[in-house]
Ligand binder design. Structure first.
Ligand SMILES: NC(=O)C1=CN([C@@H]2O[C@H](COP(=O)(O)OP(=O)(O)OC[C@H]3O[C@@H](n4cnc5c(N)ncnc54)[C@H](OP(=O)(O)O)[C@@H]3O)[C@@H](O)[C@H]2O)C=CC1
Ligand SMILES: O=C(O)[C@@H]1CCC=N1
Length: 255
């Protein structure tokens, strides 16, 4: 996810010499990305004068990483975390600063179409503007005063792209059962979801209206929606999925 953000920032015009990527074992992709854009890539941020420190490691290793990098955090450093579940207090204690922002982006950030939820601890208006400039290069930003909202953002939009991609996989599987080969099934499913998303993007009508526009009276869509909108249909299923993601976000924060 850190690289997705970095790609969004570079695509959005952030000069490469303002960015230092730190990873003790960078992937081939990260190495290539850094080389291609002339971005400094190093094992650790120790020694870097850091005005904005973006922490994008897994929640399971974040406390260990914070203990290691705390010395680079000074009064001049604004900290921005994207780690699921890790609280403002946890970040503040780990890095010995209150200039901390907890965020939850999502992977469409890499094409500038992400949405990020954000909440700050003791940040100034200037800190908020700095973070907003970075985050909005990757898409929309929603600020909250209540930190618990970030667990909800994580469960809805942070994890959400995976739900949509799975919907494509499931629709393609259903298409295969209708006799299409794998390639045809995936083409039909993928174009349906990207096309529907593009239509929703272009037309501000409520999603319900767009759905009704597809649904001819007593037609085929109506028949399908009788199944999807049944009491045991998609809504309760998504509700369970979102609750499970939220619970996991809360658990990661306690671990
Ligand atoms: N994936 C997503 O859609 C989203 C993820 N997030 C958050 O982003 C964070 C990363 O998740 P994700 O991108 O999925 O996971 P990844 O494993 O893809 O990314 C974590 C990266 O951090 C590297 N890393 C490990 N230790 C260090 C270290 N000491 N210093 C610097 N880098 C290190 C890892 O390397 P290695 O693989 O070698 O361990 C890996 O490349 C998590 O906290 C997650 O909650 C937030 C929003 C959305
Ligand atoms: O799966 C995860 O834990 C991360 C957080 C949100 C999306 N991916």
């Amino acid at each position: 996810m850190g690289l997705a953000l970095a790609r969004g920032w570079i695509a959005g015009g952030l000069p490469a010499d303002r960015l230092v990527l730190c990873d003790p074992q960078p992937s081939e992709f990260a190495t290539q990305f850094a080389a291609e854009h002339g971005i400094r890539l190093q094992a650790s941020p120790l020694g870097v004068l850091t005005h904005v420190l973006v922490i994008a490691v897994k929640p399971q290793v974040i406390y260990e990483v914070m203990a290691e990098i705390q010395p680079i955090v000074g009064s001049y450093t604004l900290v921005l975390s994207i780690a699921a579940g890790i609280s403002l207090v946890g970040l503040s204690e780990g890095l010995q600063t209150e200039r901390v922002i907890r965020t939850m982006p999502n992977t469409p950030a890499q094409v500038g179409r992400g949405i990020t939820g954000a909440v700050g601890l003791a940040i100034t208006e200037e800190d908020r503007e700095t973070a907003n400039a970075l985050l909005s290069a990757a898409g929309q930003v929603m600020w909250f005063d209540d930190e618990t909202k970030i667990d909800g953002v994580t469960a809805v939009s942070g994890s959400g792209p995976a739900y949509v991609f799975y919907m494509v996989e499931a629709l393609a599987a259903a298409a295969r059962r209708q006799g299409f080969d794998e390639e045809q099934a995936m083409q039909l499913a993928r174009a349906t979801v990207t096309g529907a998303a593009a239509l929703m993007d272009a037309d501000p009508s409520p999603a319900g209206t767009l759905r009704e526009n597809v649904t001819s009276p007593k037609g085929t869509t109506y028949a399908a929606l009788q199944v999807l909108m049944a009491p045991d249909g998609l809504e309760p299923l998504l509700d369970r999925a979102v609750r499970a993601a939220r619970q996991r976000s809360e658990e990661l924060g306690r671990a």
